[in-house]
Design a protein around this ligand. Structure first.
Ligand code: SF4
Length: 262
């Protein structure tokens, strides 16, 4: 069984679309062409999960420009930076879209906080993963229910763990195709695109917050540090993912070194 994914949200169906076909179509074109390829594939429900980071803001622009019918959703963990909430409102107003929130289940969260404390995720890796499961992974399952395509802002050079990702890959746990249109973009390319197209960005990016997650679990990074070094900085590299992104085997995506330690 995949870690962190409740059996109740794991569909039995396999995606209808072929990952290899989309992978090939994406490899030979630019971002706009990738959305055109998705339109041509005429899939069922498409969901884009945004956390309002640089890549997600670029994707929001590209999706709106493409006219692709996409459900915009976000996972409101309840522990986000104030700047994220401000950018959420700004993005909806800018593009005339609704970004639907998915929240943790009350009962599970109340029990977790009662048992572990409001900041109990600092206490152990299990507690941190438990918090991510309740605040992110379980709500993501509900957000993706019935979807055939899941669009993410994942880039290959964000971390070693993400280097093995593909433009289109089967998420066997959730029974859909995960599509990563910015997979081969660098951070500088994304920044340049955002600037050229007046894409609204989180002001925290200018203060060293490169990868932005929940406020208590994110710090600014120093020049030369890996992009995701500011996420769960008190843990070693073996656990630098929250369980949202899984490989074809249904296991959380991790680096080769982390696999060796497992
Ligand atoms: S990132 Fe931190 S606060 Fe957010 S869900 Fe995970 S452990 Fe909890």
């Amino acid at each position: 069984m995949a870690a962190g994914i409740p059996a109740s949200i794991r569909p039995a169906k396999a995606p209808r679309l072929d990952a290899a076909t989309l992978q090939q179509a994406f490899a030979g074109t630019d971002a706009a062409g990738r959305f055109a390829a998705l339109r041509a594939a005429a899939p069922g429900r498409i969901v884009f999960t945004t956390s309002f980071g640089l890549e997600d803001q670029v994707l929001t622009y590209l999706i709106v420009e493409s006219g692709l019918p996409v459900d915009f959703v976000t996972l409101d963990t309840g522990r986000l930076f104030p700047e994220v909430y401000a950018l959420w409102a700004q993005t909806e107003a800018r593009y005339g879209i609704v970004i639907a929130p998915f929240y943790p289940r009350n009962d599970a969260l109340q029990l977790f906080v009662r048992q572990n404390g409001i900041n109990g995720f600092y206490g152990s890796r299990d507690a941190r993963k438990g918090c991510c499961d309740i605040r992110k992974v379980e709500p993501l399952g509900r957000a993706l229910a019935g979807a055939e395509i899941w669009i993410t802002g994942l880039r290959a050079d964000q971390s070693a763990a993400r280097g093995g990702a593909a433009f289109a890959e089967v998420d066997a746990v959730r029974g859909l195709l995960k599509v990563n249109p910015l997979l081969d973009w660098s951070r500088d390319e994304a920044l340049a695109f955002a600037k050229a197209n007046a894409v609204p960005l989180n002001p925290l990016h200018g203060r060293g917050f490169v990868s932005i997650g929940c406020q208590p679990c994110t710090r600014a990074i120093q020049p030369g540090e890996p992009e995701r070094a500011g996420r769960w900085w008190w843990e070693d590299d073996a656990a630098k993912e929250c369980g949202l992104h899984v490989g074809a085997d249904g296991r959380p995506r991790r680096s080769a070194s982390a696999e060796a330690q497992a």
